[in-house]
Design a binder for this molecule. Sequence first.
Ligand SMILES: [Zn+2]
Length: 450
Amino acid sequence: MNYDDIAKKIAEMIDNNDMAPWKAEEVALKEGVPAPAHLAVAASARRLFIEERSGHTFHHIVLPPEPYQITYRCPNDGTQWTLAADDTYIACGLCGTPLDMVEEEKRYSQLVNNYIGGVEDYYSYAGEVTVGGEVNQTFQNILCWGPGVGHLGISAGCFQLNKYGPIEIKVSDWAVAARNLAFVFDTENEREKAMQLIKARLPDIIPKITEAHLAQWDGEVFNVDFLNKQHHADRILHSCFYTRFKNHRGHGQTSHSVGMAKNIIDDLFTQNAIHCRLSVVGMGRDGDLKPSPRNRRGRYVSARQRIPIKDYEKNIGRPIDEFLAYIELDRQGVQEETGWPAYTGMGGEIIPAFYRTMKNNPRPYLVSCYQKLYAETRGGDVIFGVELPNVEVGITSSPEGIISPMAREALKIAGIHSAKAYAAAVAAITLAGEYNFSTLHIKEKMYTGR
Ligand SMILES: [Zn+2]
C-alpha cells in the first residue's frame, strides 16, 4: 500500500472508533511506514478524519512536506535544540556552532501532539465536544498549542463530560465594550454642574456617536455611568460609556465614538462656562486590557455538567467531600493570592490556545482568560462548572484588522459561525480541560507518574 492509502485506512479506523487519533503514528509504523515518514502519514490520517467529521476540506491550514521536529545537540556546549524539520539555521542559538543530530531513534517527533497541520502555529486535534442549552452544537476541537499533552487532556475531558449529555451553556446575547472619560474640576459644585449637563445632553450625544461610529457595526450604547472620585484637590468625574455588539468586538469603534463624545462634551463645557481643568480618556476605569470580575469587555459565558455523585466517586476512588475540599483549598488559594476567586491556571493555557487557533480580534486575549471554576453538590449530582465573564471576540472582520484565511478555515472546521458559538466552544473546552485536570489531581495522578 502507498502512503496515501495507509493514511485513508488509518482515518477510517479513527472514524470507526477502532483507535484513538493520537495512536496514528504508532499504527503507521506498524503498517510499515518508516520514520520519519510515519509522522506525515499520521497527520494526513487525522486530517482526513476531521474533514469527514466536519464536512470541510483543509486548504489554508497546510501540511508541510516534512511535518516533524528533529532533535540536535551542540557539540560545543551540550545544549539540546529541538527544531522544526523546515528550519534552515542548523546551528546553536547560543554559540553558533553547527549542530549534531542526536542518535537515530530519538531524532524525529511530532511538532505537537495530535498534529494536523499548520506552520508557525501548529494545529492539533483535541476531540469533539457537544454543547446544549443556549447554543446547541457539536464542535471539532482544533487547537494551536505548544508541545505537551494538553490536547489529549481536553479530548479526554470532553469525552468524559459528554457521557452525561451535552455540556450546558449559558451565554450573553451581546459582547460589551467600554470607554471611560475623566474630567478634573477645582470644586465639587463645578463637577456637579458638569455631570448634570452631560446627563441632560446624553439623548443628543448618543445618537450622534452611534450614527458616526457604531451603527455600521450593529453596535449601540446601552449605558453611561458616573463616578465621583477625589485626589487631594482634584475633584474627578468619571463617565464610562458602555456599548454592545452581537458578532463584532467593537472595541475600536467604541473608542472612536467616545472620543467624539469627549469633543462634544468639551464644547458644552465651554458654551456653559463650566471650568474643567483636565478632560481626558481615562482608560484606567474602562477595563481596557485589564482583567476584571466586572464585565466591561466581552461576553459572559458559562459551561457546566451534572454527574451523578456515585459515578464520580467511583471514578476518583474516594468520597465526594474530599473532591470538594480540594476545590475549596484551590479556590481559597487563588482568591487570597489574586483578590478574586478566579483561576487563570488551565484557562490561561486553553483559552490562549483557542484564540491563537481562531486568530480573531483581539490578538491580546488577557481579559478573556479570566475564569472562575466551581464544583458543588445538588441532590445526587455533583455540578462541575466554569464561568468566563469576559470572552472578547469579533467574529466578523473589523477595521482593526482582517481575519486571515487560516482563521476562517479554522472557524469553519470547528463549526463556529457566531460569536455566541465561539464563546460556547471556548467555555466547553475550558471546562473539559479543568475537569480532566481536577480529576487527575484528586486521583493524585498529576505530575506524580502514578
Ligand atoms: Zn552551543
